[in-house]
Ligand binder design. Structure first.
Ligand SMILES: [Zn+2]
Length: 397
């Protein structure tokens, strides 16, 4: 019955077959997941309309209570749903995309929040939301907000700084001490680089046969930084900020963090006053960028240039500070430690390349690098996962 209503109101039908998913082919399962994703968006669109109608008639308090009592939502979820539904009511293109199952609910919520923060071009964002995964879209959205702002993103940045928050408490359920915080982008990037450098230090001191999980390592790094400040920061690049030099007007423009997040020029100037400035010009043809077979590990200059070029793990988008420089032509096969032969990858993607045969590719027109699974080794056999080799081997290049 509920299904019928969805079909009539919107444009997507979700057929739930009786088949056991374990007996479906890979292609059938993928197609089924695509339908589920579209149906979830449709239902979120339908929920938005219901919430708005209920709120118009009975008020915010009443609809929040309905969500808590009938949908067992938490207080926080209920407040969020009512707020984002109201914002979506003002966004016809996004709402239509959501109801048609073309824009996922999370993306629609991001657009709604951005619209409440400042000017946006809704159709540009709605179009991007149909193509990009959540992480990529969140970045697109941040750049878009910066472009559309008439004060170089200053007010966005000020609000982010204003909204900084941290919590520390002992969880009643687990008895564990919980520490969490939210920071403006530059403070966050600074904390992240210091933390990542400490994590690398711990990683290097570990027995490769019994490693901590990344989460345990981050927790240990954080504890060590707070409890043993005397040990100091691990060395490495402190914080990387990038800007373009406008030759005509002789000024720095387009300031951004290493991952591409835009920051206001005023913030760039503030950071530059505090910083030990490194010459930021990477001459990729120089001796320093091409170390050949002289050394296996990337130099600091190469690492900085890699962070600038790749911005993040080229496979999954993990933070650049947690990445390794990987030799595209493997070191053990004679690959040189040259800038052009190196890419940034996180530990997990590094293993996918070395253990599971994933391949690094480079788009010739944009120079964008990525990591892709190997071609299906068993076409049409129903087995489409490539699983050779053992995991947890120690990588040397
Ligand atoms: Zn990765």
């Amino acid at each position: 019955m509920a299904n019928e209503a969805v079909t009539r109101e919107f444009e997507v039908t979700l057929e739930v077959p009786v088949t056991d998913p374990a007996e479906m082919s890979g292609a059938e399962r993928r197609a089924a997941l695509v339908s589920v994703g579209r149906a979830e968006a449709c239902l979120a669109g339908w929920k938005t309309r219901l919430v708005n109608a209920e709120r118009d008639q009975h008020g915010v308090e009443a609809v929040e209570r309905v969500l808590r009592e009938e949908l067992q939502s938490s207080r926080r979820e209920a407040t969020r749903d009512v707020k984002s539904s109201a914002q979506l009511a003002e966004l016809p293109v996004t709402s239509a995309g959501l109801e048609a199952g073309e824009i996922p609910a999370g993306h629609a919520r991001l657009i709604a929040r951005a619209a409440s923060e400042g000017p946006i071009d809704e159709s540009v964002l709605a179009e991007a939301a149909q193509r990009e995964n959540y992480d990529k879209f969140a970045k697109t959205l941040r750049s878009h907000q910066q472009e559309m702002s008439d004060d170089d993103g200053q007010s966005i940045f000020d609000r982010q700084r204003e909204n900084r928050t941290a919590r520390a408490f002992v969880s009643r359920e687990t008895g564990m001490f919980v520490l969490s915080g939210e920071f403006d982008p530059t403070t966050g990037a600074h904390i992240d680089t210091v933390l990542a450098a400490k994590e690398r230090e711990l990683w290097n001191a570990e027995d490769p046969k019994s490693r901590r999980t990344p989460q345990q390592r981050m927790a240990d790094a954080l504890a060590e930084l707070i409890l043993e400040p005397g040990k100091g920061k691990a060395k490495g690049i402190a914080l990387m900020v990038v800007a373009d030099y406008d030759v005509v007007n002789q000024e720095l423009v387009n300031a951004r963090l290493a991952d591409g997040s835009p920051i206001p020029t005023s913030e760039l100037i503030r950071l530059a006053c505090d910083a030990d400035l490194l010459p930021g010009v990477f001459r990729t043809a120089t001796q320093e960028m091409n170390l050949g077979r002289k050394r296996r590990t990337a130099s600091d200059a190469q690492r900085a240039a890699l962070i600038y070029r790749d911005k993040e793990c080229i496979g999954c988008g993990a933070s650049a500070h947690r990445c390794f420089a990987h030799h595209v032509q493997f070191w053990r096969n004679g690959g040189p430690t040259d800038f052009a032969n190196l890419v940034l990858v996180c530990n997990k993607c590094h293993h996918s390349i070395h253990d599971d045969g994933w391949e690094v590719t480079c788009e010739s027109d944009t120079g964008r690098r990525s990591v892709n699974p190997p071609p299906d080794p068993f076409p049409d056999s129903g087995v489409d996962t490539y699983r050779p080799a053992q995991r947890n081997s120690v990588l040397l290049n």
